[in-house]
Design a protein around this ligand. Structure first.
Ligand SMILES: [Zn+2]
Length: 217
């Protein structure tokens, strides 16, 4: 059993690549969101703890996240692809201890790199349908609606969410970088790390990642 990790900023296309990769290779896709929801719905002790933390509006701490992830890993025998975990350096270090205690190894750490200005353009150009039942998403440059400002699907006006403005993006990125940069630096010096150019098309990125896995298997 090997554990692979996908790294990248929000909006880099990590989730899409994870889905495409697991569909091609025999990998188990584990995202922290799914693990969390699963543990909460099963009502396990640690799941209930996580639920209480979330209900209080706080971020689930490293120990609780690690506990959830390790409980889940214990039941897996196949190769795993993490998407969204580890999120902090402390989580990465705990994962390494967990793996080495069990004689398991880390596989690839694939970092989908998109420069910040490109991520910002993706976010700032986004327009969403104002009809909540529709929720169609557009982009001024890459996926414009047929008629400016109007949803192709339902004809409702499109809106620019406050979360999608430059200022909100930059403040989210600054917060993200505080935890991401030490995590990325930790992996960069290892033989596991591969940086993938996230500015190319999803097909090209998928091809590059597949090549990596085919080399190894
Ligand atoms: Zn619509």
């Amino acid at each position: 059993m090997k554990v692979h990790i996908l790294l990248g900023a929000p909006g880099c296309g990590k989730g899409t690549q994870a889905k495409r990769l697991v569909a091609k290779m025999s990998l188990i896709h584990l995202s922290t969101g799914d693990i969390l929801r699963d543990a909460v719905s099963k009502g396990t002790e640690i799941g209930l703890r996580a639920k209480a933390i979330m209900a209080s509006g706080k971020l689930v701490d490293d120990d609780t996240v690690n506990g959830l992830v390790f409980a889940r890993l214990q039941n897996e025998t196949g190769d795993v692809l993490f998407d969204g975990y580890p999120r902090t350096l402390a989580q990465a270090e705990a994962l390494e201890t967990f793996l080495s205690n069990r004689g398991l190894s880390l596989g690839y750490v694939i970092d989908i790199h998109v420069p910040e200005h490109a991520l910002e353009a993706r976010v700032v150009g986004r327009r969403v349908c104002s009809n909540n039942d529709c929720g169609a998403i557009y982009h001024l440059e890459t996926r414009p609606p047929l008629k400016e400002g109007v949803c192709d699907v339902c004809g409702s006006p499109l809106k620019h969410r406050a979360d999608d403005c430059s200022e909100a993006f930059r403040s989210r990125m600054a917060e993200f970088n505080t935890t991401f940069q030490p995590l990325q630096a930790h992996y960069k010096g290892t033989t596991h790390y591969r940086s993938v150019d996230g500015l190319r098309s999803p097909d090209e990125i998928h091809g590059t990642i597949l090549d990596l896995f085919r080399e190894q298997h």
